[in-house]
Design a protein around this ligand. Structure first.
Ligand code: ADP
Ligand code: MG
Length: 422
């Protein structure tokens, strides 16, 4: 069973190479490969098969070149080039009857491939696999018959028949199945992305109408009340301030959406992290006082990053506000910065209610809020999109009833300069 043994070795090599190819494809995250790369890869497979072939007599080489030929020819439409390449490679291994037999068998196949591949692609996916297997089997039969004719097989004839009837169809079947499987999963992935996008647009539309309609309805109700000529002065003032508040809240929702939809940084400047955070703390201090939250800071002396001041403030106001809101019965809010040559890390730690793993995973999801009517569930979404736009990263750790820590890391101005000059 020498032929069978060698063909199995051939098959193992082919499968290992295809596995590497799949890993590379998965890492490169590409859904399409150029035809040139396919041709080179398949020629390499054919060369490998011929190189590792079994040749008991000088003019006969038993190998699995049928597999790359059939798969490349049917699935990728590069059959004619592969046949030509195979004949050239084969000729390097000797110009004898074996080469002649190869030419007689494969030149008509090269011509047939011109029509076979388009026809093959018109077939349903479940039919393509058996068709490819049948072609492999047919070529196997023709190869062994040819060898019988010039009497290569000798006493090995049953071994040759068994090897060529079983191994090429098996290999082709396995590879064709993998290709169909990958093709289907790529199509599903693309479809999923499309569905996700549609879902996001749908959600956004629903939320905009819901969140803007509420304050607008309230405002228009109070405007109607203002119509009353006998309304006391203090009431009028109160209603007007409610109308203003409602309109402001509608405006806030729109502002949040705009930041999410277009997180582009409008005016980029160098920001002194320490000074910016001090300003933001001033804004947040009144809410902290209301909740009996003590703010403790520890800032490194230096630390410049590049970004849009307004967005940076919006981002940290959201984070700090959430932290304060997580401590309704008071607590400590620690804000620290650490500075290395390449990064500034801002850490915001609270001693609040904390989050479960499930809540942590949903953080940043649009409209995810545990605050009922008090929350919009947009704050963290905005935070994530701003940090992303500033090339930063966010890490959150949280323990229920103990507190939450946000670590936000930005590249420093010096690291960006180094990067630009590279
Ligand atoms: P909102 O504050 O309007 O609820 P956010 O997007 O700002 O929306 O926050 C989403 C949710 O994330 C909050 O409802 C809260 O459950 C959780 N969260 C955010 N920050 C913290 C924090 N520091 N501690 C505990 N939970 C938090
Ligand atoms: Mg919030």
């Amino acid at each position: 069973m020498e032929i069978t043994k060698h063909l199995f070795i051939n098959l193992s090599i082919l499968i290992i190479l295809l596995l590497f190819c799949l890993i590379w494809l998965d890492n490169s995250k590409k859904f399409t490969i150029s035809k040139k790369i396919i041709v080179v890869f398949f020629i390499f497979l054919i060369w490998t098969c011929i190189q590792f072939s079994y040749n008991p007599v000088p003019f006969a080489r038993y190998d699995l070149r049928i597999i790359p030929l059939v798969v490349g020819g049917l699935y990728f439409g590069v059959g004619p080039i592969l046949v030509l390449a195979m004949l050239i490679i084969r000729s390097f291994y000797g110009l004898e009857t074996g080469l002649l037999e190869t030419a007689v068998l494969y030149i008509p196949l090269a011509v047939a491939f011109f029509r076979l591949s388009p026809w093959f692609w018109k077939q349903a996916p479940i039919r393509r696999i058996p068709y490819a297997v049948c072609l492999g089997m047919l070529l196997g039969v023709l190869t062994v018959s040819g060898m019988e004719l010039i009497n290569h097989t000798g006493s090995n004839w049953y071994d040759a028949w068994f090897a060529y009837l079983v191994i090429p169809p098996l290999g082709i079947g396995l590879i064709a199945y993998s290709i169909e499987f990958i093709k289907k999963s790529v199509e599903m992935r693309l479809e999923l992305i499309k569905v996700e996008k549609l879902k996001a647009v749908e959600q956004m539309g629903a939320a905009i109408s819901h969140e803007i309609r509420n304050p607008l309805t309230a405002a228009s109700g109070f405007v109607q009340l203002l119509n009353d000529d006998y309304l006391p002065r203090h009431k009028r003032k109160e209603y007007l301030s409610i109308v203003k508040e409602e309109l402001n809240s509608a405006e806030k929702v729109i502002q949040d959406y705009l930041t999410f939809a277009k997180p582009s940084l409008v005016s980029i400047e160098e920001l002194n992290v320490k000074n910016e955070l001090k300003q933001i703390i001033k804004i947040i201090q009144p809410i902290a006082n209301q909740n009996s939250v003590e703010i403790v800071t520890d800032f490194s002396v230096i630390g410049f990053i590049k970004g849009d001041r307004q967005r940076f403030r919006q981002c940290f106001i959201n984070i700090l506000k959430n932290a304060v809101e997580a401590m309704p019965n008071g607590g400590h809010l620690f804000i620290e910065t650490t500075f290395t040559h390449n990064f500034v890390t801002i850490s915001v730690k609270d001693t609040g209610v904390g989050m479960t793993t499930e809540q942590l995973n949903r953080l940043g999801e649009p409209y995810y809020s545990t605050k009922g009517s008090k929350g919009t569930g947009l704050g963290m979404m905005v935070v994530y999109s701003i940090v992303r736009a500033m090339n930063g990263t966010i890490k959150v750790t949280s323990e229920i009833e103990k507190g939450t820590t946000f670590n936000i890391k930005f590249p420093t101005v010096t690291s960006l300069k180094n990067f630009d000059s590279k």
